[in-house]
Design a protein around this ligand. Structure first.
Ligand code: GLC
Length: 749
């Protein structure tokens, strides 16, 4: 054997002796591995590597001098080389113990990593931008959402990421919340079921999900400092309930604590939220990470059971080590936090040394995105206009028709593989678009955007709406068969929307566009469709009667244009249903009086509406809405019949009823079941969603029996007298219907 081989053989032998002296992490020796780690090594595993690209690589473990690591390069910052460029963060590795670093990346609408990498220019790192959460929730279909989760999880795994920082699932307490596009619903059951489905889908690919932001994170204004003051009853039944359902149904590997305080305590420093409720009551197995740079007391976060501090700062390591050394923090707390993390690490692709391909099946995922997008669009009005033949000549108006927004800004952004705008989708479907209008809009948008910063995940440039003159509209009405106008709104992380014109309200220009286009076309017996491209509600006052059809397309992902065309042509029958109430006026919304406080005033946000959030308020107060929770049109109609409620010997409640397609087109109904619970501890909403089922596609005349089975756990209510859950055995009324305000059958137990 040549000398070189002898040396390499000896080295390998030495290493194996060295490492065989050290227990290498596996599912059976976690406690032993933890017991052999130094204090510094333990703390490094509880704090992220702060992958700040501006700083030189961080001294690898084992090369540490007695000085704190981050001073190795003379500056008080450090980073580990980004294993996956553009990921949101990484955890440290401790090689001698066989503990790998994990890679964490956003987000709820798909994987966000840098689309290009100098180190491998030939690889395309762009990912699929899936429909945003508002749209996914509008499918009311856990199978579809599971499929989207699988596709996202596959891209996470194949691009070398271990944990996806998704889904976001905070309750839509107010339509102006900047991140509502990436949250599901105003209802905890729908939120929890959607989150559980997407978590299962993601984790079926062998990577981890992260349900966020736990908890009561319902506004972006002053999000790091606000204190959400909420009753225990509303906390339990509304703001935590979705997380509880998601955890019980899908076991997410991780949870992200939220920036804000809850009743005076930072969520990430609250052992009540993170230990008593999350772990002791719900039996959560997994670990909790902070939101990025969340809160400011690492010792309190450790004590509270916030296992991992992300993205990690040198100061956090220093503070935790000092607290252990001065006796303020028991090292056993670190061991406990570390054990939860290592129990996840051993499931991760990095631990399993998964050889990822950097080549997920993006073509397949594009189809998944298109199918989900079509299923989640909600047809709000249809006065004998849709579906329409693709032989129609279309006058397509509105910037958002030509620059359709696929998702919101911030961490939930995706560097997508492509984009189908509304106009692309219509042309792909065979429609002839008015070329004069199309060229005007495209050049207007191009000129406007040439003066704006390039798009990136924090800022998405939106061109000023192009002005239209009456003559152009009249001309278009003469030369085309129908009009389509897309109105849009952008929103994102870090800021809330505002209630005025140009956001919640239409601008005068938009109102005038709707009015003049509708009147010009209807004067010629022609129809107008308005498409809405946004993450949550806008004001419908004064204009929703004008168009012949209104389609809520949400922020539909990169396949939005094709998906909208699928609905418009009838290739896909509309089956989306609203996951939140569209109020008749913003002022009608209970939280509108104090939403979005500014830091100068106070940091306390009083959730004084208690349980009366969304349809719970509107159905109880009887106040008119523009479109109710659960509402959506299809191209057919459905009849509900033969409702039966019964209780079986195991104490489960069975509800069944028939749904029949009474129209002339095929379609899917989303049958909803609401419950009126007995009022024992004070006034309660008259209607609370307790079950739902999307039928299969029913042919005209076809009937499907919907069966919902409930336990008393599903119907529990908070006992405000004794501060615990109550499970009343009787006094329930059940209502089956097509929306919160369209009840077709009732029965009582
Ligand atoms: C952000 C967001 C969180 C995201 C994280 C990492 O501030 O609040 O949702 O996952 O930081 O980007």
């Amino acid at each position: 054997m040549k000398p070189l081989h002898i040396i390499s053989a000896l080295t390998a032998a030495a290493l194996s002796i060295y490492s065989c002296g050290e227990p290498q992490l596996d599912e059976k020796n976690i406690d032993r591995v933890i017991g052999r780690l130094t204090l510094e090594e333990k703390v490094r595993l509880l704090v992220g590597t702060c992958t700040d690209p501006a700083n030189p690589p961080y001294p690898a473990p084992g090369t540490m001098t007695d000085r704190p690591y981050w001073q190795g390069n003379g500056e008080n910052t450090y980073r580990a080389a980004n294993r996956v460029q553009g990921s949101a963060g990484e955890s440290f590795s401790i090689k001698r113990a066989g503990i790998p670093s994990l890679v964490y990346a956003d987000g709820p609408a798909g994987l966000r990593i840098d689309p290009v990498r100098e180190s491998c220019p030939e690889t395309d790192f762009r990912c699929t931008a899936f429909p945003s959460a508002s749209l996914l929730a509008s499918t009311w279909n856990t199978e579809t959402v599971h499929e989207v989760g699988e596709a996202i999880g596959n891209e996470v795994r194949e691009f070398g990421v271990d944990i996806l920082l998704a889904p976001g699932m905070n309750i839509k307490r107010n339509p102006l919340t900047g991140r509502n596009f990436e949250y599901y619903s105003e209802d905890p059951l729908l939120s929890g079921e959607m989150a559980a489905a997407v978590v299962d889908g993601i984790q079926s690919q062998g990577v981890g999900a992260c349900i966020k932001h736990y908890a009561v994170n319902n506004q972006e204004t002053y999000r790091n400092g606000i204190d959400a003051v909420v009753s225990e009853e509303a906390l339990r039944e509304i703001y935590l309930r979705g997380f509880e359902i998601a955890i019980r149904k899908s076991s997410p590997w991780t949870v992200m604590s939220s920036y804000n305080k809850v009743n005076g305590e930072y969520a990430s420093e609250s052992s009540r939220l993170l230990r008593d409720i999350l772990r002791d009551e719900w039996g959560y197995k997994g670990f909790v990470m902070t939101d990025w740079w969340g809160a400011d007391d690492p010792v309190a976060q450790m004590k509270a059971g916030n296992n991992l501090l992300m993205p990690g700062t040198p100061q956090q390591i220093e503070e935790i080590i000092a607290a252990v050394r001065n006796g303020e923090l028991d090292e056993e707390v670190l061991d406990r936090n570390l054990k939860d993390i290592l129990e996840v690490v051993i499931k991760s692709p990095s631990y399993r040394k998964y050889a990822y391909s950097n080549a997920p099946d993006k073509e397949k995922h594009r189809e998944t995105a298109r199918k989900a997008a079509a299923e989640g669009m909600v047809l709000l009005e249809n006065r004998d206009m849709l579906p329409m033949s693709n032989t129609a000549r279309i006058a397509l108006f509105g910037n958002y028709s030509y620059d359709t927004q696929v998702g919101g800004s911030g961490s939930g952004y995706v560097h997508r593989t492509g984009k189908s705008n509304i106009y692309d989708g219509l042309e792909n479907a065979g429609f002839i678009l008015d070329s004069g209008l199309k060229n005007k809009y495209l050049s207007h948008i191009e000129k406007e955007k040439s003066l704006m910063p390039a798009e990136n995940f924090w800022t998405i440039p939106i061109a000023q709406e192009m002005k239209l003159d009456r003559a152009a509209i009249e001309k278009a009405a003469r030369e085309n068969d129908a009009a389509i106008l897309t109105l849009g709104r952008m929103s994102g992380e870090g800021a809330d929307r505002h209630p005025g014109k140009g956001d919640y309200m239409l601008t005068d220009q938009e109102t005038e566009m709707v009015r003049s286009i509708c009147s010009a076309f209807s004067a010629k017996g022609k129809k107008t469709l308005v498409i809405l491209n946004m993450g949550d509600a806008i004001d419908f006052g004064g204009w929703k009667e004008m168009p012949d059809a209104i389609l809520m397309a949400w922020l539909p992902g990169q396949e939005g244009g094709n998906a909208a065309a699928d609905i418009i042509t009838g290739r896909k029958a509309p089956s989306g249903r609203l996951p939140m109430t569209m109020a008749a006026s913003y002022a009608d919304i209970p939280s509108s009086s104090d939403f979005g406080i500014s830091p100068g005033e106070t940091n306390r946000v009083l959730y004084k509406e208690n349980l009366m959030v969304g349809y719970r308020y509107f159905t109880t107060s009887g106040k008119e809405t523009a479109y109710p929770f659960g509402y959506g049109l299809s191209y057919t109609s459905f009849k509900y019949s033969d409702m039966i409620c019964s209780k079986d010997d195991n104490g489960r409640i069975s509800i069944s009823f028939d749904v029949t397609n009474t129209g002339s087109a095929a379609g899917r109904e989303t049958a909803q079941v609401y419950v009126r619970k007995p009022e024992i501890y004070g006034a309660r909403p008259v209607r609370e969603l307790c079950g739902f089922r999307k039928t299969s596609e029913l042919a005209p005349g076809e009937t499907e029996t919907v069966r919902i089975s409930l336990s008393y756990e599903d119907l529990k209510q908070w006992n405000t007298d004794d501060g615990c859950w109550a499970y009343p055995e009787q006094g329930y009324e059940f209502h089956a219907g097509a929306s919160a305000e369209d009840i077709r059958l009732s029965c009582s137990l």
